[in-house]
Structure formats: structure tokens, C-alpha cells
Design a protein around this ligand. Structure first.
Ligand SMILES: Nc1ncnc2c1ncn2[C@@H]1O[C@H](COP(=O)(O)OP(=O)(O)OP(=O)(O)O)[C@@H](O)[C@H]1O
Ligand SMILES: O=P(O)(O)OC[C@H]1O[C@](O)(CO)[C@@H](O)[C@@H]1O
Length: 323
């Protein structure tokens, strides 16, 4: 293999830049040509591709976002789009790809590999931490710390005004950010898509808190929960407990931005290096991850389809610590 391409796709995540830097520098170290593909699959289709040098990735290890930009590409979902993308790669002699993204990105990569046989190694870049085959994904640790910082601040008002706050965190189908920021932030309850929580459960927890002389409460709600978003949950609770002083705060995209934590920078750098080494050693159609602190390659199919359940002990911990 002489030439590889790298791109970021789906939602951006803090640490993606550190991963790009690692891919580029590992590739150059191994004597490869490295091409940056901009705007994910859209740039692959449009030929928005440039040769990267060591200096192309200077001064980015600490930066959030992605210098290669990101996109959610409708065109790549079509056969015609993927055919154009393949032609662009062929034209430049790009023989292998490192895809930094989430489950959607790897679903597309899997289809692309099956159609054109171009080796692809994925690096899990999503704050959601919802990919099987890596204990943690790029950006998750930073997102949790950002959410935690926000929860700490909201707690000041909750406490001063004797209020109940419903705080919504990201995670379309995954409660990882919710459970970790909830435990770290001392939430009374955490609602995650993986586990069923009824409005009755929420009411009972809040009532128990009151019975235990708690004057304020924090409920962390993952955006993809079965009871709806934080606004919906709060409205349902307010109907049953009209005397509560309830507020809602949706943290939104602040969780996706900012300088990556040390953990994310190191994870991203390890994954970038292992992705390129994997490609050179013949890995294809796999996602690279870190499992029990060791590099592991997992087929895209498994990484996408296999659930990564939240440790039930963590849910129990919230329960016990909220009395
Ligand atoms: N079935 C598919 N066929 C072809 N391409 C796909 C398919 N599913 C997803 N993709 C491509 O992957 C892109 C990224 O997917 P998606 O928007 O779901 O983000 P993601 O990688 O899951 O990241 P995040 O977890 O941050 O949302 C899509 O915009 C699309 O271009
Ligand atoms: O920025 P967008 O495209 O609205 O995507 C938001 C989604 O992306 C994620 O941040 C990462 O997948 C989800 O948690 C969230 O639902």
C-alpha cells in the first residue's frame, strides 16, 4: 500500500483532530502518501481531496472540531454517489481509507467495501460511546466532562432556589453520557434509552427526595429516552406534582465542542496510529478500538450491530446514591 486517505464523518467529536494528526504522521512515518478528504463522504464524491504533509496537522492536537470538516452525506447513500466516490479515489491512487466517525459512517464504509473492495479501517469518533469494540470512543470523555461542568453550575441555582432541574444531555440511542455525567454530577435520577423509566418512577424518586428533606433535585435525561426529551418529561411531571418549581436545561452542542481532555487526546492518537498500522498489515472492513487498554480490531458489522449495554452496576449506583 502506497497511498491512503483519511476523513471525518457524522457528528464531530473532540479528539478527531488528534486522531487525524496521528493518522497523517503515522502514514508519513511508514512512507505512505496521505490524502485528507474534506466533508466526509461528500468530499469523497466531489473530489475535495488534498495531499497532507506533517505540517498540515501542526497545532491541532488540542483543538476541538475537525480540520477536515464533517458532513452527513445523502449522496453516499446512493449507488451513484458511491460510484463517483470510488472514481475519485482511483484517480488519485488511494488504496486504503481511515474513516473517523460513528455507526452511520461505518455502515456506509461497510457497503463501500462490499461494492469496491477498498480496505477501510474505522476509528470510533462520536461522543455517544455507542460502538461495540471499543470501551470508549473519541470525544466521549470530553463530552462527559463538559456536561458535568454544566451540571455543577446548574446545581448552584437548583440549590439556591429549591428547584427540580431536568437536564438533557446528548445520546441519540445511547445513555452513556447521561449515566456518567449523572453519577459525577450527583443526579437523583438518570433516564437512559437502554432502560425503561416511567413517569411514575420519576415522581416516586422526587417524592422520596422530599421525604428525606431534599430541597432540590437533578434529573439527567438522555435525549433519546422513551419518555421523550427533557421538556416532555418535565411537563408530564409538572402535571402530577404542580407544587414543584421545575426548570429544564438542554445542554446541546456545547457537549460536542471544546478542547479534548488528556484522555481523549491519547485515545485518539492511539487509535489513529493503530488504524494506519492495521491498514498496512492487511486489516480491512474493521473498526479499531481500545478494549481493556489493548488495541483490538472488530468487524464493522459487529461494531455497528452489537449492543454495548450500560453496566447495570452504574444504574444501581445512581439509585443507591440518590437516597
Ligand atoms: N446505509 C448507508 N449507506 C451508505 N452510507 C451511509 C449509510 N448510513 C450512513 N451512511 C453515511 O454515513 C454518514 C454518517 O452517518 P451518520 O450521520 O449516521 O453519523 P455517524 O457516523 O453515526 O456519527 P454520529 O454518531 O456522530 O452521529 C451519513 O451521512 C451517510 O453519508
Ligand atoms: O449535530 P446534529 O447533526 O444535529 O446531530 C446531533 C446528534 O449527534 C450526536 O451528537 C452524535 O451522534 C448525537 O448525540 C446527537 O443526537
Amino acid at each position: 500500500m502506497k497511498s491512503i486517505g483519511v476523513f471525518t464523518s457524522g457528528g464531530d467529536a473532540p479528539g478527531m483532530n488528534a486522531c487525524i494528526r496521528s493518522v497523517v504522521r503515522t502514514g508519513l512515518y511508514l512512507g505512505l502518501d496521505v490524502y485528507g478528504i474534506k466533508y466526509g463522504y461528500n468530499g469523497m464524491i466531489d473530489g475535495d481531496i488534498y495531499k497532507m504533509k506533517s505540517y498540515s496537522v501542526s497545532n491541532i492536537v488540542q483543538r476541538g472540531g475537525t480540520i477536515l470538516k464533517s458532513a452527513r452525506s445523502k449522496d453516499f447513500m446512493t449507488k451513484e454517489g458511491r460510484a463517483k466516490a470510488y472514481e475519485q479515489l482511483k484517480k488519485r491512487g488511494i488504496e486504503g481509507l481511515v474513516a473517523i466517525g460513528g455507526d452511520g459512517t461505518f455502515t456506509g464504509a461497510n457497503i463501500f467495501y462490499e461494492e469496491y473492495g477498498i480496505p477501510i479501517v474505522g476509528a470510533p469518533g462520536t461522543i455517544d460511546n455507542d460502538l461495540y469494540g471499543s470501551d470508549y470512543t473519541i470525544g466521549f470523555d470530553t463530552a462527559v466532562n463538559t456536561a458535568l461542568d454544566a451540571i455543577d453550575k446548574i446545581r448552584d441555582t437548583a440549590n439556591s432556589h429549591d428547584r427540580v432541574f431536568f437536564i438533557e444531555v446528548m445520546g441519540r440511542h445511547s445513555g452513556y453520557i447521561a449515566i456518567q455525567s449523572g453519577i459525577g454530577g450527583g443526579a437523583e435520577l438518570v433516564m437512559v434509552p437502554e432502560t425503561s423509566t416511567t413517569i411514575g418512577d420519576v415522581i416516586q424518586t422526587l417524592k422520596e427526595g422530599r421525604d428525606n428533606q431534599k430541597t432540590s433535585s437533578i434529573v439527567v435525561v438522555a435525549e433519546g429516552g422513551e419518555q421523550g426529551d427533557a421538556l416532555e418529561v418535565a411537563a408530564k411531571v409538572a402535571k402530577e406534582l404542580p407544587d414543584l418549581d421545575i426548570r429544564v436545561s438542554t445542554l446541546g452542542h456545547i457537549q460536542r465542542g471544546g478542547s479534548p481532555t488528556s484522555y481523549d487526546r491519547i485515545l485518539s492518537s492511539r487509535l489513529g496510529m493503530a488504524a494506519v498500522e492495521g491498514l498496512v498489515n492487511g486489516e480491512k472492513n474493521v473498526m479499531v478500538g481500545v478494549v481493556n487498554d489493548k488495541i483490538a480490531y472488530t468487524s464493522f458489522k459487529l461494531a455497528i450491530s452489537k449492543a454495548k449495554p450500560i453496566n447495570p452496576e452504574l444504574m444501581r449506583l445512581v439509585d443507591i446514591l440518590s437516597i
